[in-house]
Design a protein around this ligand. Structure first.
Ligand code: AMP
Ligand code: ZN
Length: 431
């Protein structure tokens, strides 16, 4: 089976646009009627749902930001009475309070439907065994994937993160064929598999992994793929839009399909709010087109990406985005230069001898220190090898970022291990 829902996934472009417009209009009428905060924002922008006649009119509508989620917290943007809500998920907020997202029965079912499309798109099918090593709980990551996999008929092991030894035992005992995990934890698990002398190609049945919840580079994908002998698929989502399954790679691993019958996507210049030209990098803005309990209109994700307009070889008509280049919030400035942690990760993961873990420490605006774990045997060899390694890292980071870093080489196991989203940047600057 190549498609979970072939008709929806290969809808002709024109039909897809018509469906988007119809769903957009319905969503707008719904929030205008039921959510005073949206009505007030629309009135302020002097726009009514009926003014939206074409998809291009979407830019007449006001944006929704994270701050809007705190207005009349927590039920302010909900369009259904409480007795119609069946699930709450939250994601950490910047103001201290979490962002609260509510789901109706239909929404839960739909989020699983989208994951089913995603999994089947990568070749998953009945008979596969999914080890779900994301955090179960308030976070959407594990639950949404869990329900979607069950819908396909996949056996799910609800492992949750952590207890790495147990993770590996589960893989061995039950013949896990696929794993859902953060990239930072995947790197760590892969290193433990090696340390234990397990040959993943011989001793495990792992075929593919779904990595998401945080940005990572192609170099990290390759490194884990080579270590474990598997295919890694990038899986993007955010709690505000259901969680995982908003964007997902197909077999071709060349960008993430966004389910355009469920999400209207725009890419804007984050400073001006104007659309960028198709194919240019900007902030991803999403509108839910098929959500009942808590629709979100022109939601600013702060995630930076670009649309890949060319059709995909897999035959799906839903457009793709490039991997997330970073969040506008993650960017930091050293010596006046804007840097994304991912630029540093990309360099490190391409260097032979670099192990799995690193951290960027900022003490002043003029300097960054990159702490990086390297293979243990390098410490047993000649000092010249360490000096060479350090120079290589400094040079490559300098040419990637234009800033010369301080580099500290560490033995594996020195830096804290992250089982969920990794904290890569420690910013100790107080002003
Ligand atoms: P949360 O709502 O806590 O699940 O976090 C969602 C955020 O995690 C997104 O807005 C992205 O910044 C980040 N994220 C999730 N998946 C990916 C991915 N595959 N690549 C890069 N960033 C991701
Ligand atoms: Zn494709």
């Amino acid at each position: 089976m190549q498609f979970w829902n072939k008709e929806a996934e290969t809808l002709k472009k024109q039909k897809l646009r018509e469906l988007q417009l119809e769903r957009l209009k319905k969503t707008l009428r719904r929030v205008y009627q039921k959510v005073p905060h949206y009505r007030a924002k629309f009135q302020q922008a002097k726009v009514k749902p009926d003014d939206i006649k074409y998809l291009e009119d979407v830019n007449k509508l006001p944006f929704t930001t994270k701050e809007d989620l705190y207005v009349d917290y927590p039920f302010g943007l909900v369009t259904l009475p409480i007795e119609k809500l069946i699930r709450l998920h939250t994601s950490s907020g910047t103001t201290g309070k979490p962002k609260a997202i509510f789901f109706s029965k239909k929404d839960i079912n739909n989020s699983a439907e989208l994951i089913a499309r995603c999994l089947v798109m990568t070749g998953a099918k009945q008979g596969d065994i999914l080890q779900n090593s994301m955090t179960y709980g308030l976070f959407t990551g594990a639950f949404v994937m869990h329900y979607g996999a069950e819908k396909v008929g996949i056996l799910v092991i609800p492992a949750g993160p952590g207890n790495t030894e147990r993770q590996i035992n589960l893989m061995r005992d039950f013949g896990t064929t696929m794993i859902h995990i953060t990239p930072s934890y995947a790197l760590y698990v892969a290193s433990v598999i090696y340390d234990k002398g397990i040959d993943p190609r011989r001793d495990l049945k792992l075929k593919r992994a779904y990595l998401g919840a945080e940005p990572y580079s192609e170099e990290t994908r390759k490194k884990i793929e080579d270590m474990l002998g598997i295919d890694i698929y990038n899986c993007y989502g955010l709690t505000e839009m259901n969680g995982p399954g908003v964007g997902f790679e197909c077999k071709y691993k060349a960008g993430l399909h966004i389910w355009e019958d469920n999400f209207l996507m725009e890419v804007i210049n984050p400073d001006t709010g104007e659309p960028v030209k198709e194919g240019e990098i900007g902030e991803l803005v999403l509108t839910t087109l098929n959500r009942e309990a808590m629709p979100l209109i022109r939601y600013r994700t702060r995630d930076l990406t670009r649309i890949i307009p060319q059709p995909c070889k897999c035959g799906r008509t839903h457009r793709r985005i490039s991997r997330i280049l970073g969040r506008s919030d993650d960017m930091f400035i050293v010596k006046g230069v804007n840097i994304f942690p991912q630029q540093i990760e990309q360099v490190l993961m391409s260097i032979k001898g670099v192990a799995q873990n690193y951290q960027i420490v900022l003490e002043s605006y003029d300097e960054m220190t990159v702490k990086v774990e390297i293979d243990r045997e390098l410490f047993d060899g000649k000092i010249e090898r360490l000096i060479k390694m350090k120079e290589e890292i400094i040079d490559k980071i300098r040419s990637a970022t234009m800033v010369k870093p301080k580099v500290e080489l560490l033995e594996p196991g020195t830096l804290p291990i992250s089982e969920g989203k990794a904290k890569r940047v420690i910013d100790n600057r107080t002003i």
